[in-house]
Design a protein around this ligand. Structure first.
Ligand code: GDP
Length: 140
């Protein structure tokens, strides 16, 4: 039934403040199927590799520090047009610009601590899913 998938991460601020359950409820209510899920505390090399595309940007070090500050919940989500549909459910990176009804509008506390990650392309969804679900040690 589902052809497409995306990789989602509930970020440390949201896990720490008990938002995992409400976020999972929003994901389910929006019609996504959770195909895989695990909780992991990223190391600095793992987070740096995951966010490699942002290396050199002024927010990179803060982002890595934040993403390694506590456990995250990683999921593969199934839905038709999963990447695009989940980005819509997420809302804008900057929560002040996020639309009503989106996860980031409800749970983000800042642009950095914006509660949940979602892949931005099918190519990255595949890369990110392999990163977490096929043995990440081979990436560093
Ligand atoms: P996303 O695809 O909406 O998650 O956004 P990006 O891929 O552009 O950025 C990755 C993550 O880096 C975001 O989710 C934020 O946590 C963080 N980030 C992006 N832009 C900024 C910024 O301008 N300032 C800060 N502090 N963090 C940022």
């Amino acid at each position: 039934m589902y052809k497409d998938y995306t990789l989602a991460i509930i970020k440390p601020n949201a896990v720490r403040t008990g938002k995992t359950g409400p976020i999972l409820a929003m994901i389910n209510e929006a019609g996504f199927e959770i195909a895989a899920m695990r909780m992991v505390k990223l190391t600095i090399p793992q987070a740096s590799l995951f966010y490699e595309v942002h290396k050199g940007k002024d927010f990179f070090n803060g982002l890595i520090k934040f993403m390694t500050s506590g456990p995250v919940v990683v999921m593969i989500l199934l839905h038709t047009n999963a990447v695009e549909e989940f980005r819509r459910l997420l809302g804008s990176t900057d929560p002040e610009k996020a639309a009503e009804g989106t996860i980031r509008k409800a749970f983000a506390v800042s642009t950095r601590m914006n509660a949940v990650h979602g892949s931005d392309s099918n190519e990255n969804a595949e890369k990110e899913a392999n990163f977490f679900f096929s043995g990440i040690e081979r990436f560093y």
